[in-house]
Design a protein around this ligand. Sequence first.
Ligand code: ZN
Length: 214
Amino acid sequence: MDSRHVSTGREYRRKERRRRRRKKVFAPVFELLVLGALGFIGYRYFCHRDRLEIAENIEIPEWIDVQYIDEGNPSRTGWRLDGVNNIVIHYVGNPGTTAQQNRDYYNHEDSNVCSHFVVGLDGGIILCVPLYERSAASNHRNHDTISIEVCHPDESGKFTDASYASLVKLTDWLLHEFDMKPQDVIRHYDVTGKECPMYYVKNPEAWEKFKEEL
Ligand SMILES: [Zn+2]
């Protein structure tokens, strides 16, 4: 027999053994990964659906003033949320304006911005968009977030005690209703790097303190 054939045959058998061993090790790992990925997608899908169902059926408490923006207005597209994954906090960026003024601004025919909630200087809260619809406040995260704009008396962007207390109350209520955690509350800054809400971007320790109070 040609020695070359012998060695090729041996090599083939060795390779075959190695291939089988690899298959034995990697096939279950691969199956586990696929199952894990499917489980994760399923979990996310049902979470999203659940939270959307919550948003559709939520009972708005009497301490929230419901003043929906006119349908068909550029700032209210009517598009549904894909899910509710975060609550995004903003500041209005227009010192001294009231919640009503900001809500009316969103409702203006050439406004293309709006948030779900506006918290006023006196602590009053207005809901501008149904909670299952998208607002237009948080850029590429409008599709899966609920937005809260907060009024502020001056350029520092610091909220009044009344606004702050209402913001905590409102955020607590949302976290409870949607079964979310304080770490699900983020700043507009965390989405785009925009200096919003300004006081809580410049004072990250105040932001951490806010989240601890939730
Ligand atoms: Zn913002």
